[in-house]
Design a protein around this ligand. Structure first.
Ligand code: BGC
Length: 767
């Protein structure tokens, strides 16, 4: 194993400990005592689910830690009879992959029957039962609200009941990719319950360490409701070609805390520790459009541990429906010894309080009184301060990417949900300049063929001059990525881009390599790398410094492997607990999603390589994703689904984004002009490279096509991913055809070329 991979695994190990979320711990059931006699049930103790399937997992690793052997190395006494039984059984009943590609792996695996004789013997030898529940998830497959998916199977429930009835202590470990139904806690009453998630290569070892004393410091980044039906997106989640986001901005805790707190089992931000903390806000200052809080965190319990200070804002009444409170900032302490206090200085801009009024096309911060709650979770009210704003702050915008059809959106509750028609692209008045986003012209400059790409870097000529000298044919090639496994770059990667033709290479343009992804380097030629904890678990650490460190280590592995661009992090919103790719993503909340993604990017950039923020936007379901039309209000789009990108732009320097497979309000994301040129480039000021997802369909949702690269270019996108041969246009894209028929201008191609080359100058030429 290389040194770079070793370093990543050391950081990943810490994240796999700090991302574990403990939800129950009755009578100090945990940590386990030295010598405690434990019996471990569930095949996932050996067949540990380390990560998701698909592009967000699939990292080849040199080893995998598991829970059973990690516990055997600790100072508790693991029941050998049961351990041997499971080892024999799993060796005869290997994990089923479903026989096909990614999506064929079952969501859960067969479990053995524990007969009475074995149970009695184990019971006579041990006092504590640990039951590990495992689930799988991945690309192209959503979970289901059924046993083995979101719900426990009958066999799992039976096992939990038996263990509860017979053992003194019952501890449940959830080795899962995203939240599952937790009604079993009330029904069965385990002493301790922990989301150990899918913790990557080091996850099995990390889970054992937490059981044996390392204090869990993870907190939920999603709300856990009483049942699946309580999630506002559950109705219509399986709609066929069009999905309506009727809950509007009321996603996750924004919905539950505002309208039905009684439907929550575990609130957003919740998690227990082996110790306890007291928060006290010492000072609050508002100056220069920034809010500064000084918070003392004291460990008032008997063990060491870390606490997370979460700051929520409660807005004043306004004309638009608002969520009760929302997360505006957070900070995590170092490890505090009993009795120790740490003072945290938390500073954030006023803009965290803004919301979007899509009736008047404006971002607003209403004047009035705000309450800032300094808390341990969204429900806690450890302390609060008041903030008075004397006047409204308004920023006008254009109406962009709005729905084209009438549909209902949630605005309140009065015995039942109250809806209104969401404003459409045609309705009401539009604010801002009233003008539509413009197709950005390229400032063409005299051609000069004698220069090489290096001359741009050396400052001899401008990038504009250089791009002007590239032939149209080569420009079209430059706007195609080549993959997967292109021979132009190191084997096993997702894409090569840049110098993908002889002509381009002659100009001195190197080929850059991009590969997945959020969970570590995915190298399809079998080369090995470190597998990280899933994105959700990383976010559950609420530790942006640690996330930054983990990705800086990934940057080290990228350098070692000649990879310039990572296809990650993924930061789509957890709209529904069944989405198959939730594991790659961080949270139901836009701020923690954006903050975690920014941390990952900063880590990569600290090593001179780059990441790709994906998937823009609203990739919230896998089923039918490649043609799915997502109908949502402009408000929900900006306030929930694009807000993580805005935060990432505030907190880091993103250089590449990947558009999503789905469409938004009638137009596929990769060719959505109002989305890309209007909001992302026009309003957010993003000037980096915009790529499509792999073999994405483009054009209108009613007639999507993989060949419509011209639609992507017209929309402000830069590079179509991917073609088997970029040089030969093996995918048959229509760039040159549309250029010929003047439906696309050469300047649009040059603009795209410039964005691609700017990235290459940064990550390849500067090596
Ligand atoms: C996924 C992307 C990934 C790409 C390349 C697609 O199927 O949606 O997230 O980066 O493949 O592997």
């Amino acid at each position: 194993m290389t040194d770079a991979t070793k370093k990543t695994l050391a950081a990943a190990h810490r994240a796999a400990i700090d991302g574990i979320v403990m939800l129950e711990n009755k009578n100090g059931a945990l940590p386990l005592r030295r010598g405690e006699r434990i019996a471990v049930f569930g095949r996932s103790q050996i067949d540990y689910n380390a990560g998701g399937t698909g592009s967000g997992g699939s990292v080849n690793t040199e080893y995998q830690t598991d829970i059973l052997s990690s516990l055997e190395k600790s100072d508790v006494e693991v029941n050998r009879t049961l351990a041997q039984f499971y080892r024999d059984w799993v060796s005869k009943n290997p994990v089923s992959t479903g026989g096909g590609m990614w999506a064929s792996r079952p969501l859960s695996q067969k479990e053995p029957q524990i007969d009475n004789y074995l149970m009695k013997k184990v019971l006579a030898e041990s006092e504590t039962a640990i039951v590990v529940i495992g689930r799988s998830a991945g690309e192209e497959q959503d979970s289901v609200n059924a046993p083995g998916g979101f719900l426990l199977t009958e066999a799992e429930t039976e096992l939990l009941k038996t263990a509860r009835g017979r053992f003194k202590k019952l501890i449940v470990l959830l080795n899962v990719p995203s939240v599952i139904d937790m009604s079993f806690v009330g029904e069965i009453g385990p002493d301790a319950v922990l989301y150990i998630w899918q913790g990557g290569q080091e996850g099995g070892a990390a889970a054992a360490e937490v059981l044996c004393g390392a204090s869990p410091s993870g907190r939920l980044t999603d709300t856990i409701a009483l049942s699946y039906a309580d999630y506002p997106s559950s109705e219509g989640f399986d709609a066929k070609d069009k999905i309506y986001y009727n809950e509007d901005i009321f996603v996750g805790y924004r919905y539950f805390e505002t309208f039905c707190p009684e439907n929550v089992l575990y609130p957003f931000g919740f998690g227990l520790s082996y110790t306890d903390f007291e928060l006290a806000c010492r000072a609050a200052v508002f100056a220069d459009q920034k809010i500064s809080l000084t918070v003392d965190v004291k460990n008032i319990g008997g063990a060491t541990g870390r606490e997370i200070v979460q700051v929520y804002a409660e807005p004043p009444k306004s004309n638009m429906p608002r969520q009760k409170r929302s997360l505006v900032e957070f900070a995590k302490t170092k490890t505090l010894a009993p009795g120790e206090t740490q003072t945290l200085r938390i500073k954030f801009p006023l803009s965290r309080l803004k919301y979007y009024d899509d009736k008047n096309s404006e971002w607003r911060i209403d004047g009035g009184e705000y309450r800032l709650i300094i808390a341990k979770n969204v429900r806690d009210k450890s302390c609060s301060v008041r903030l008075r704003l004397s006047k409204d702050i308004i920023k006008k915008c254009d109406r962009l990417a709005a729905p084209k059809e009438l549909f209902k959106r949630l605005i309140g509750f009065d015995g039942g949900p109250i809806y209104e028609d969401a404003p459409t692209a045609q309705s009401g008045k539009s604010g801002g300049t009233g003008g539509k986003a413009k197709r950005k012209a390229f400032s063409g400059i005299a051609r000069s063929r004698k220069y090489k790409f290096e001359d741009v870097k050396n400052g001899r000529i401008s990038l504009d001059e250089f791009v002007s000298a590239i032939s149209e044919k080569d420009l079209a090639r430059l706007c195609r990525g080549e993959g997967m496994g292109s021979k132009l770059v190191r084997p096993g990667t997702g894409a090569a881009f840049g110098g993908v033709s002889k002509g381009l290479r002659k100009l001195g343009i190197p080929c850059a390599a991009a590969t997945d992804g959020p969970s570590g380097l995915r190298l399809d030629n079998g080369d090995k790398a470190a597998l990280l904890p899933i994105g959700t678990m990383l976010a559950c650490t609420w530790d942006v410094e640690l996330i930054e460190e983990v990705y800086s280590c990934i940057g080290g592995e990228m350098i070692e492997n000649d990879i310039d661009l990572l296809l990650g992090p993924g930061f789509n919103i957890h709209r529904n607990p069944l989405c198959g790719r939730n594991f790659e993503y961080y949270s139901e909340d836009p701020y923690i999603s954006g903050a975690a993604a920014a941390a990952a990017l900063r880590g990569l950039e600290s090593r001179g390589v780059c990441g790709t923020l994906k998937h823009i936007a609203a990739n919230n379901r896998e089923e039918g994703r490649k043609g799915l039309d997502t109908v949502l209000s402009e408000r929900a789009l900006r306030e929930i689904y694009l807000r993580p990108l805005e935060y990432a732009l505030e907190l880091s320097n993103p250089k590449a984004i990947m558009t999503a497979y789905n469409g938004i309000n009638g137009e596929m994301c990769g060719s959505n002009f109002e989305l890309i040129s209007g909001i992302i480039r026009g309003e957010f000021g993003f000037s980096g490279m915009v790529m499509t997802d792999w073999w994405a369909s483009l054009g209108s949702c009613s007639a999507p096509s993989r060949r419509n690269s011209a639609a992507m270019l017209r929309a402000g996108g830069d590079i179509y991913m991917v073609a088997k041969s970029a040089e030969k246009n093996s995918g048959g894209d229509n760039t040159l055809k549309e250029l010929k028929s003047a439906n696309l201008s050469a300047d649009e191609l040059r603009r795209a070329a410039k964005n691609i080359l700017s990235l290459i100058i940064n990550v390849v030429i500067s090596d």
